[in-house]
Design a protein. Structure first.
Length: 201
């Protein structure tokens, strides 16, 4: 006995229509010839999923200046940060110092040392200089090589040159240091720092 075809109930038809609207037929011709259930016309795949549109980037010309107002600019250079630091010492003496008019009373040369070697030498030099009543000393770090050591990530060259100001801003040296300024060219320029000390108590 032949089985009578089963018709969809209203609930089943609504469910089918919902699924059909979200699906794209794999074989258009076969789907068009199907007469079992009439489903609404489906949009073409390119209509159903239109390609994402991206705003074009502004044109850039060789020689064009970069936008200086970008909020994600890189951190300013070390010399710029030190020069922008507030003046804690006498302003007139500070001006003479930055122009190379003040002669350092003592100096230490850390050039060529490792970080482990340089730190205790710097601590001993600064604290003993303060105890002796010195006010202006010169710390020579060297400019550093373009690549001091192999690292998995890019690093600034001149490890000592960047580390010494941080050491001077931390204990036990922080209490002894009043001002740190890049040295004038006659005293080493980018490879040295003027360190103006507080008076010993």
């Amino acid at each position: 006995m032949a089985r009578r075809p089963r018709h969809l109930s209203p609930e089943e038809r609504a469910l089918w229509d919902s699924v059909a609207r979200q699906a794209a037929p794999m074989h258009r011709r076969r789907a068009a010839q199907s007469t079992h259930v009439s489903a609404p016309k489906q949009p073409a795949p390119e209509e159903a999923n239109p390609p994402a549109r991206f705003d074009p980037l502004p044109r850039f010309h060789v020689g064009q200046k970069a936008d200086a107002a970008r909020p994600d600019d890189l951190l300013p250079g070390l010399r710029d940060r030190l020069r922008a630091a507030p003046v804690a010492m006498d302003a007139k003496a500070h001006g003479r110092m930055t122009r190379g008019k003040l002669k350092p009373e003592a100096r230490i040369d850390l050039h060529g040392m490792t970080l482990a070697e340089a730190h205790p030498e710097l601590v001993a030099f600064i604290l003993s200089s303060q105890a002796m009543g010195r006010r202006l000393v010169l710390v020579i770090t060297g400019k550093g090589r373009a690549r001091d050591y192999d690292a998995p990530m890019p690093v600034r060259y001149g490890v000592l040159r960047h580390q010494v100001p941080q050491w001077l801003a931390l204990s036990p040296l922080k209490q002894a240091v009043l001002q740190i300024t890049p040295a004038h060219i006659r005293h080493g320029g980018e490879g040295a720092y003027y360190v103006y000390l507080r008076r010993a108590r």
